[in-house]
Design a protein around this ligand. Structure first.
Ligand SMILES: NC(=O)c1ccc[n+]([C@@H]2O[C@H](COP(=O)([O-])OP(=O)(O)OC[C@H]3O[C@@H](n4cnc5c(N)ncnc54)[C@H](O)[C@@H]3O)[C@@H](O)[C@H]2O)c1
Length: 449
C-alpha cells in the first residue's frame, strides 16, 4: 500500500520504518525540516534499538520523508495521523490533530479514488468521529463514508522496545466508521500473520488504548502506595510483592512446573514513579474527559496523586541522612523515564534533579543515552558525565533514577574504589546488602549510625 504518515516522532517513524520493511511504500511527513533531512540521510532523530538498521534497509527504496503534506497524501491510499496529543493542564490538546486533519482534508479536495484517514495518535473517545471527521469533510468538501474512510488504529508500542512491539504485535485494533474503512486499514497489517485483530468502532478503539494505559499506571501507583506503607511498617516491599507475584493467578504454573511470568508483573513493583510521554498525559486526559461527562474518576485521580508525590520520596530519604543538602555531592544515575530510550518527558529524574539544585547540592549526572535531551533541560547547574565511574567518583550520595542495566555494576565499582556513598535505589535494582550504605523505595530508612 502507499501510506502517508503525518507526524514523524516515535510512533510515526517507528511505524513508518516497520511498515516500509514489510513492503509498503511509506512517505513520512513532518513540519520539522531537520527531522525530515535526518531521516532521508538515514540518521534516526530518536534513539530506538534497531531503528538505524531499519532505516539503512528502507530509505529511500520504501521510505522517504518530506515536509510536503499535500503531495504525500495525494500520492497515498491511506494517511496515518501520528502527531502529538499533549495534555494542556486541563484537557487533551488537539491542536496538532486539528491542523493535520485540516491539511489532509485540503489535500483530498482534488484526490481521485478512495483514501482512508486513520488516527494513530492517542485521542480521547469520540475525537475521530466528532473532531477529525467533520474537519476532513469541511476542508475537502467531500463526504466521509462515501468519498473517503475515517478510522482509528491505536498504537501500543513501548519506547525502548518499539520495533519489536510493532513487528510482533500482541493485538491490532481497527476502529472504522464503516466496514470499507476497516478493510482498507486491514491492508496495512495483511503481512502480520496470526495476530488477534479487533474490528470495532473508532470510539471503542480510542477507549481500548486509554484503558490499557490507565490499568498499567494503576498497577504502578498501587505498588508505590504499598511500597510507601511497607517502608513505614518496616517491611521490604520487594519481599511483599514477591509473595504477591507467586499467586498462581498472576504467575501460573505450567504442567512441567515452570512458572509463567507475564509482562504485567513488572508493573507490580514499587519505584520512584512513572513518567514518559504516555502514562501521565493519558491518565490525566481520561480523567478530564470522564469528569467532563459527569464521572468523578476518583481511582484514576489517586493514581496521578500517588505518582506525583513519588519522586519527592527520593529527596526525603536523602534528607533523612543529610538534612542539609547544600554543597552535598550527589550523583544522579539515569535521566530517561525508563531504560532503552532517550525520552525524558515527565521523567521522575527531572523534579528530583531540580530539587537537588534548588537545595544547593552539587549534581553530577549520567545517562547512557539521554544526555543530549537532559542537557536541554538543565543547561546550567548539572555536570553531565560520560561514564558511570567518573559520575560516582567522590559522591556523598548516589540516586538511581532509571533502571539502566549498567547500574547493576555499581556495587563492584564502589567496592573497587572503597566508596561508602549513600545509595538510594529508586528502582530497587540492587541487592540491599550489596553496597555499604543502602536505601530504597519501599524500605524503611535506617537511622543514621
Ligand atoms: N511515544 C510513545 O511511546 C507512544 C506510544 C503509543 C502511542 N503514542 C501516541 O502517539 C502520538 C504521537 O506520539 P509521539 O511520541 O510519536 O510524538 P512526538 O512528539 O515524538 O512526534 C510528533 C511529531 O508530529 C510532528 N507534527 C506535529 N504537527 C504536524 C503536522 N501538522 N504535520 C506534520 N507533522 C506534524 C511533530 O513535529 C513531531 O515530530 C501521541 O498521541 C502519543 O500519545 C505514543
Amino acid at each position: 500500500m502507499k501510506i502517508a504518515i503525518i507526524g514523524t516522532g516515535y510512533v510515526g517513524l517507528v511505524s513508518g520504518a516497520c511498515l516500509a520493511s514489510k513492503g509498503h511504500q511509506v512517505v513520512c511527513v513532518d513540519v520539522d525540516p531537520a527531522k525530515v533531512a535526518h531521516i532521508n540521510d538515514r540518521k534516526p532523530p530518536i534513539y530506538e534499538i534497531g531503528l538505524q538498521e531499519l532505516l539503512d534497509d528502507v530509505v529511500p527504496s520504501n521510505l522517504t520523508a518530506t515536509t510536503d503534506l499535500a503531495a504525500a497524501v495525494r500520492g497515498a491510499d491511506l494517511s496515518l495521523i501520528a502527531v502529538g496529543t499533549p495534555f494542556d493542564g486541563e484537557l487533551i490538546d488537539l491542536k496538532y490533530i486539528r491542523t493535520a486533519a485540516r491539511q489532509i482534508g485540503e489535500a483530498l479536495k482534488d484526490y481521485d479514488g478512495y483514501h482512508a484517514v486513520i488516527v494513530k495518535s492517542t485521542v480521547v473517545p469520540g475525537t475521530t468521529e466528532d473532531v477529525v471527521l467533520p474537519i476532513l469533510e469541511e476542508a475537502s468538501g467531500k463526504k466521509a463514508g462515501r468519498d473517503f474512510g475515517v478510522g482509528m488504529n491505536p498504537e501500543f508500542l513501548k519506547e525502548g522496545e518499539a520495533i519489536e512491539d510493532f513487528m510482533y504485535p500482541d493485538r491490532i485494533v481497527l476502529g472504522g466508521i464503516d466496514a470499507r474503512t476497516i478493510e482498507h486499514m486491514a491492508g496495512l497489517y495483511e503481512v502480520f500473520k496470526g495476530v488477534d485483530i479487533i474490528r470495532t468502532s473508532p470510539r471503542t478503539a480510542e477507549m481500548i488504548k486509554y484503558t490499557a494505559n490507565s490499568l498499567l499506571a494503576t498497577l504502578i501507583s498501587f505498588s508505590n502506595e504499598i511500597g510507601n506503607l511497607s517502608a513505614e511498617l518496616g517491611v521490604d516491599v520487594v519481599e511483599v510483592m514477591r509473595g504477591v507475584h507467586l499467586d498462581k493467578r498472576f504467575t501460573p504454573i505450567r504442567k512441567d512446573g515452570e512458572r509463567v511470568v507475564p509482562g504485567f508483573i513488572s508493573y507490580l513493583a514499587a519505584g520512584c514513579g512513572f513518567g514518559g510521554s504516555c502514562f501521565p498525559k493519558d491518565v490525566k486526559a481520561l480523567i478530564a474527559h470522564g469528569v467532563s461527562r459527569g464521572s468523578g474518576m476518583p481511582l484514576l485521580k489517586s493514581v496521578i496523586e500517588v505518582n506525583q508525590a513519588q519522586p519527592a520520596r527520593m529527596i526525603g530519604m536523602l534528607k533523612h541522612r543529610f538534612p542539609d543538602l547544600s554543597g552535598l555531592k550527589v550523583a544522579v544515575l539515569g535521566m530517561a523515564f525508563k531504560p532503552g530510550t532517550d525520552d525524558i518527558r515527565e521523567s521522575p529524574s527531572l523534579p528530583v534533579t531540580q530539587a537537588l539544585l534548588d537545595a544547593g547540592a552539587t549534581v553530577k549526572a549520567f545517562d547512557p543515552i539521554a544526555r543530549h535531551e537532559a542537557e536541554k533541560v538543565f543547561e546550567r547547574g548539572v555536570e553531565f558525565i560520560d561514564t558511570l565511574d567518573a559520575t560516582v567518583e567522590g559522591a556523598d550520595a548516589i540516586l538511581i533514577m532509571t533502571a539502566w542495566p549498567e547500574f547493576r555494576s555499581l556495587p563492584a565499582l564502589l567496592s573497587k574504589t572503597g566508596s561508602s556513598a549513600y545509595v538510594i535505589d529508586g528502582r530497587r535494582m540492587l541487592a540491599k546488602d550489596s553496597v555499604p550504605a543502602y536505601a530504597g523505595i519501599g524500605l524503611k530508612v535506617e537511622p543514621v549510625a
